[in-house]
Structures are given as C-alpha cells and as structure tokens.
Design a protein around this ligand. Structure first.
Ligand code: FES
Length: 116
C-alpha cells in the first residue's frame, strides 16, 4: 500500500473533482453523491484526460470518445475493459487519501485470443 494525500474532502466535494501528479502518474479523484473515487487520469483508450469528462449514471464519461467507466470499478461495459482505479479513504480529519500502489491490479487479464 502506498497512501498519498489528495486534498481536503470538503474542497474536492466543492470542485467535484481534483487531479494531481504522484510519481509521474496523474490521479483523478471524483466526488459524487457522498463518495470519492480515484482513477488514473489518462484514459486507457487514447490518453485523453478524464478530468474533462462528466459523471452520468454512476459512470465517469471520457470526453474523448465517451467511453463510460463505472465509478466503483473502472469497468467499461461496452468495450469490456477497465480504466485503472485506486482505493480511496477519508481520514478522521477530512483528508482524502489515495492508495496508488494497486492501480495495475484491475487491468484486464490477457485473453487467449491475444496470444499472450
Ligand atoms: S480517449 Fe477516452 S474514450 Fe477515447
């Protein structure tokens, strides 16, 4: 685990999203309906920034080509792929923290059709 500070929960709620860099990786925290969700900010499709996307029906919609990633898992049901996500927690003093270590864990497993 590698928890890093994203920022104050109240400020992220007000802004609805907050992106920051850590170890060369862009992380996006989205505040939605009382929860916080963290994504790799760079879309798995064609590397657009998800910061500029919108949240609709519990999904973060990329501004590039409208792939829609579930807030709780990063799953894109039409394309059947994941946008990397990160665990999020809020400390007792209202600081949002993101565990950047396991981002690769939810990457789709190679299929037999890939030949890999
Ligand atoms: S760049 Fe995100 S859907 Fe194409």
């Amino acid at each position: 685990m590698s928890w890093v500070t994203a920022g104050e929960a109240a400020a992220i709620v007000k802004a609805r999203r907050f992106a920051f860099d850590v170890d060369g990786r862009q992380v996006l925290v989205v505040a939605h309906e009382g929860g916080f969700y963290a994504f790799d900010n760079i879309c798995v499709h064609r590397q657009r920034e998800l910061t500029k996307g919108v949240v609709l029906n519990g999904k973060l919609v990329c501004p590039g080509h409208q792939w829609a990633f579930a807030l709780d898992s990063g799953w894109e049901a039409v394309k059947e792929c994941y946008q990397p996500t990160f665990p999020v927690r809020v400390s007792d003093d209202g600081i949002v923290e993101v565990d950047i270590a396991p981002a690769a864990d939810n990457a789709p497993a190679p299929s037999a059709a890939d030949g890999s």
